[in-house]
Write a protein of this length. Structure first.
Length: 289
């Protein structure tokens, strides 16, 4: 899928771009089925999972592509990788992948932050619009009620005074089970007065592309509907950390960084469609309506 010049300009200006309808119902059903397996201690690499502080339910699962054929195909599909290469150039690798679960009633918040604060500590030198990119695929219909991710548009263009050019932060390792380098409230107030916060809502299958410095957060999911997402991060090969050692004090899993740092090759759309077919998901999804 090729993005238009207008979409690219919007991404550069806002720090995010929403594209609807990139995955079909049966494809989403496949990814959700696999997520249900990966999000348990029975997965092949259980150390890659993080559980919620209060309920002990699954919060996020790293490296799902290692344990699931569907996820291994999904992060390299042309519909994702072509736009990523339009932004970053052809020589890109997977920085990491995650499933973020935000389960009904128990999914806990993500404080305001810039991802690049921690990725710079992991050794990535540059976090500009053409250096690293995150791709979020909504796996559930997402509304204001079930804890959507919210962004401060234009926040990626703010020049921060901290290492890597990020905004001032404090290290919050208490609020949830996953420590976050939380952007100070004063910056959120100042920036959101200039450009109002946007919530990323939409039907399952909607995709959001956003930069490593775009400030974002989400609230607890108090609703009775899950809000799962596929969270894929890509980096340019020439922005590679020289080591797997990180300066972060908070690494809770050895899987948070992908160690297979080779230029990605597209996967085959037909192979992905074949898996959907094999599992009989098209019939299951249409029977549900
Ligand atoms: O899934 C969410 O609600 C937010 C996740 C997030 O902000 C992150 O992983 O950096």
């Amino acid at each position: 899928m090729e993005l238009t010049d207008a979409q690219i300009e919007k991404y550069e200006r806002d720090g995010l771009l929403v594209v609807g309808g990139l995955f079909t119902g049966p494809e989403i059903a496949l990814l959700r089925d696999e997520a249900a397996v990966v999000g348990t201690p029975q997965r092949k690499t259980p150390g890659a999972n993080v559980y919620e502080k209060k309920s002990g339910k699954i919060r996020q699962a790293y490296a799902s592509e290692q344990d699931s054929e569907a996820w291994n195909l999904a992060y390299r599909l042309p519909r994702i990788l072509e736009p990523v290469q339009q932004f970053l150039g052809e020589q890109v690798y997977l920085w990491h992948s995650r499933i973020i679960f935000k389960l009904a009633h128990v999914g806990e918040q993500w404080q305001w932050h810039q991802d690049f604060t921690s990725w710079h500590m992991d050794g990535a030198a540059r976090g500009g619009v053409h250096d690293m990119i995150s791709v979020m695929v909504l796996l559930d219909d997402t509304t204001s009620e079930n804890g959507p991710v919210r962004f401060v548009p234009g926040s990626h263009l703010e020049e921060g005074a901290q290492e890597g050019g990020v905004l001032d932060w404090h290290y919050d390792f208490e609020t949830t089970a996953y420590p976050v380098h939380t952007t100070l409230d004063e910056h959120i107030e100042r920036m959101s007065a200039k450009r109002p916060i946007v919530e990323c809502t939409g039907p399952a299958g909607t995709v959001v592309f956003f930069t490593a410095k775009t400030v974002h957060s989400s609230t607890d999911n108090l609703s009775s509907r899950d809000r799962r997402i596929m969270y894929l991060v890509y980096n340019r090969l020439d922005n590679m950390p020289s080591t797997m050692e990180t300066q972060r004090p908070d690494v809770v899993t050895p899987y948070y960084l992908n160690d297979n740092r080779v230029a990605l090759e597209m996967s085959d759309e037909d192979a992905f469609a074949g898996l959907v077919e094999q599992r009989g998901l098209a019939a299951r999804v249409s029977a549900a309506f």
